[in-house]
Write a protein that binds this ligand. Structure first.
Ligand SMILES: [Zn+2]
Ligand SMILES: [Zn+2]
Length: 698
């Protein structure tokens, strides 16, 4: 995929759908370029079309508007008879409405062209090798943008904008509340209130408008609820009109002192332009006045930011710096003032998204991942948050969530992405699912009933990793993301501390941003406890009486709990407990301990509802050893209790003890981390064998 290939793509063919797997560099690239991305934008607002007004049409509309701003009533040709005058007035009004419509359309087109070109620059920022291909098209768009801007400028009288600014920053004038002409409005206090309200409404109309203040005929609202037939009405309206004229003249006086022009930088609101395809919502929020200011006074656009540089009269500047506007206006830093640079900003080579960052190239061609790459990933993918396998020089191969990877890159970690969860081959997981016992995934409930008899082969299975997969598949049944959930589970299993998988931040819907579906937690953790009775001391005083078995491979099994050692107020809870906060899974509010540590914590005080902790699901050898320990423990109990009453089933017991005691090397190594523990197990089975073979006491 290079610039030549992109040149052969056609905007229509490329408009919808993506051909690449999501999350790969290729998919990000295609998403940015095809669909409603670069090709779409390159094809818009690059030349005049049937909606574009010609310069003549704009000139015609401009002369009508400028005339209206200059006060057309006074300058209208007089002397005709009344009827003719009425007709002329109707015509004028209609002409003015049409001119206003032209102005609206031209401004809307100019702003859409502006945001379209901004999006083009954003894509080119990520994929700089497309620049040479895009150069000619960008030039066309820039030229057309300038044509539209020039048209827009003609449709607004610049002095209207300055007068509006003068009104906006002016103080409340003295109001003639004791003028008898306003007596119809009530006593002097009521008159004062009405006139203040008139002033505020007039000012707010004027400061948002691109028309001359003279065109805001606001005084009629003053007389609402007062009959025009009342005596003094006409006089009052005349005085109100005079009052507006007074305010207008005050604004003109204030505007007369022009002062120096100021250069300001206007930044687009955050997150503007992030979503391609749709109309920019911030454009609709711009007032007429702000739109006209941008069109009339723009001197440069920094496409990289994006930001617009405006050179404005001082009054307009004081407005922009003090008021609330859609764009954020600021005085530029001194160095940018010197050279208002419209050239393309050239990002450093590492900041751009070339192929080779995500899994779209062979591993030996991978490039170091940077914060900018991950930002591009997030801005183009709806569900970018997932688990990634990464390789760092100092950290080796690890599995981390995207948000954790962002943090690392931000703090100087250097490494490459090997694969995302979604990149893993489906084949691995499909065979895993097919291998599940018949009926395990159908008919049976999500949760298999717990088995309490250690001589049953299914004993301990509910704790197993395989059961975790089965449960996850059942929980995701009928959902599209079942495959992704299994992949996430497989990756998450290699994370040493599951608390590192906690949600980081929030997504745009306000949900905690988790790297996988909540059900994956049930694949990682068994929400039940180990029965540790066989590993308790074998002394007679203890109850329940243990068998003193070594913990073996169970010693290092992780337990997650809110309070492993009874240090906090209240009982300890499992991640699954209703007494706990509602988020699924574990996070850094939880504690992680090994089963061995937990067994030694005398202060551990578990909740009776949830059992106090969840275990990280057991490997096959751990499950096998857990069951063997319980069989041996149960046998010891049987031998102890039955030998006194009747003849022991010597043969059966001996057979089981032989099976449990004579471990092959492989099993012994899988069950016991040390030789000492294997010997301890051996001694216990030998002792039981001796007891069985002794004649029963009489
Ligand atoms: Zn086509
Ligand atoms: Zn609980």
């Amino acid at each position: 995929m290079d610039a030549a290939t992109v040149g052969r793509l056609c905007p229509q063919c490329a408009a919808y759908g993506s051909w690449a797997r999501p999350g790969t560099g290729l998919a990000i690239f295609l998403d940015a370029v095809t669909g409603l991305g670069l090709l779409y934008e390159m094809d818009r607002y690059h030349e005049a079309d049937e909606d574009t007004y010609s310069d003549e049409e704009v000139g015609q509309a401009a002369s009508v508007l400028i005339l209206a701003a200059a006060g057309s009533e006074e300058s209208a040709p007089g002397g005709a008879v009344d009827e003719a005058e009425d007709d002329a007035e109707d015509d004028n009004w209609e002409e003015l409405q049409e001119a206003r419509q032209v102005r609206e359309t031209v401004f809307a087109e100019w702003l859409d062209a502006l945001t379209s070109l901004t999006r083009v620059y954003q894509v080119l920022d990520h994929f700089p090798w497309l620049r040479s291909w895009a150069r000619a098209g960008v030039q066309l768009k820039a030229d057309h943008l300038e044509v539209l801007r020039a048209q827009a400028t003609r449709l607004v009288a610049p002095d209207s904008l300055v007068l509006a600014a003068a009104v906006s920053v002016s103080e409340k004038p003295d109001l003639p509340s004791d003028d008898p002409a306003f007596a119809l409005l009530g006593n002097p206090a009521e008159v004062a209130a009405q006139l203040t309200s008139l002033w505020r409404q007039w000012r707010s109309k004027v400061e948002d408008s691109w028309d001359h203040p003279r065109e805001q005929q606001y005084h009629h609202h003053l007389a609402s609820g007062i009959s025009s037939r009342r005596k003094g009405y006409d006089l009052m309206m005349e005085r109100a009109q005079e009052l507006l004229s007074t305010w207008e003249r005050a604004a003109e006086a204030a505007a007369a002192d022009e002062g120096e022009e100021c250069v300001l930088v206007a930044r687009f609101p955050d997150a503007a332009l992030a979503q391609h395809g749709s109309r920019e919502p911030f454009v609709d929020r711009l007032s007429e006045w702000e739109r006209a200011v941008l069109a009339s006074y723009t001197v440069a656009v920094d496409w990289g930011q994006p930001a617009v540089t405006v050179r404005v009269p001082q009054l307009v500047a004081s407005c922009l710096l003090s008021g609330q506007y859609v764009l954020a206006y600021d005085v530029p830093a001194q160095e940018t003032l010197e050279s208002v640079d419209v050239a393309e900003p050239l990002p450093g080579a590492d900041e751009v998204l070339r192929p080779g960052v995500f899994d779209d190239t062979p591993v030996n061609g991978r490039r170091l991942v940077t914060v900018e790459h991950l930002r591009a990933l997030r801005s183009t993918m709806a569900d970018a948050e997932q688990l990634y396998v990464v390789l760092g020089v100092g950290t080796g191969v690890e599995v981390v969530a995207l948000s954790a990877l962002e943090q690392r890159c931000g703090s100087g970690w250097q490494g490459v992405i090997l694969a995302g969860a979604s990149d893993l081959p489906d084949a691995v997981f499909e065979t895993g699912l097919l291998a599940m016992p018949e009926g395990a995934s159908e008919g049976a409930g999500v949760w298999t009933p717990r088995v309490y008899d250690p001589h049953d082969e299914a004993f301990g299975r509910s704790l197993s990793a395989a059961e975790g997969e089965r449960v996850l598949v059942r929980l995701c049944e009928g959902r599209r993301n079942a495959g992704q959930a299994l992949k996430s589970l497989a990756l998450a299993r290699s994370v040493a501390d599951l608390r590192d998988l906690e949600a980081a931040g929030y997504d745009d819907r306000g949900h905690p941003r988790s790297p996988f579906a909540p059900a994956v937690w049930d694949g990682l953790l068994a929400m039940e406890q180990l029965n540790l009775e066989p590993f308790g001391s074998g002394s007679d005083g203890d109850w329940p009486r243990g068998s003193g078995l070594p913990l073996g491979v169970l010693a290092s099994v992780q337990a997650y709990t809110t309070d492993a050692a009874g240090r906090f107020q209240g009982r300890a809870h499992s991640p699954d407990c209703a007494h706990r906060r509602p988020h699924p899974g574990v996070d850094h509010h939880d504690e992680i301990v090994t089963i061995e540590e937990l067994l030694g914590n005398k202060e551990f005080d578990p909740c009776s509802k949830c059992g106090g902790y969840a275990v990280r699901r057991l490997t096959d050898p751990q499950v096998a050893f857990y069951r063997a320990a319980h069989r041996l423990h149960d046998l010891a109990r049987l031998i102890r209790t039955t030998s006194r009453q009747r003849a022991v089933d010597t043969e059966k017991f001996t057979r089981t003890l032989d099976e449990l005691g004579d471990l092959d090397t492989q099993t012994a190594e899988a069950w016991f981390p040390s030789r000492g523990q294997a010997r301890q197990w051996q001694r216990i089975t030998d002792r039981l064998r001796n007891q069985v073979q002794q004649p029963p006491a009489t």
